[in-house]
Design a protein around this ligand. Sequence first.
Ligand SMILES: [Zn+2]
Length: 256
Amino acid sequence: MMQQKLTGIERGWWIVSLENRVWLPQGELPLGTASQWSLQGHIAQPIGEWEGETVWLIRQKMASGMSSPRLLADRDTKLFQLVGRGVQLAEFYRSHHFCGYCGHEMEHSQYEWACLCGHCEERYYPQIAPSIIVGIRRDDHIFLAQHQRNKNGMYSVLAGFVEVGETLEEAVHREVMEESGIKIRNLRYVASQPWPFPNSMMVGFLADYDSGEIVVDPVELICADWYHYDNLPLIPSSDTISRRLIEDTVALCRQQ
Ligand SMILES: [Zn+2]
């Protein structure tokens, strides 16, 4: 998409990102004119709009203040989404200097987020990896697990990547069986959330317990159990899809 050299008068939110990090001077995403943040002379491209202001992407590293985009996960959902877009686009361009088929240097498309090979005509787009995430209810209890990848004492619902040649529904049934040993039924779609760690799309479902006893996969989970809805362990507090699925399941438990 159209890139431009900043003169200083351009205004908006500034996503300065490289290597999955984002510039958060004073812990926040900078807002204001380019000159206010000494960004004149840098190459930038608009990637969206938030609160009536342009959101710009500058693909580079700053000397200090480069942070994980996770720090913004509990802020406004739309802002977090745009930061995720910026971080992923910066990573996409960084990993597509050369064509994977013929090895020639590539150009950026001026019209879309894509890299073009002028030699073999191949076109590359940012890749998004679909993952499923599911809240499971058994009468007035919810299934929650502590995940190995997330050693902060937090309990959450089950999640996992969709495999090649698999439907979303098949992925949910397989992940639940592999990680917990239980069978589910009445699977229904709820919502989705782009998740830039590094390039997932979380597709959220609710389901009911069908049969089986919990057998934890120790590679993926530390522990897992059924929790009564008014006696939950520590759960994610931020405005995430996992939190939403837990709350939706708790609401159904209450109706029991
Ligand atoms: Zn090529």
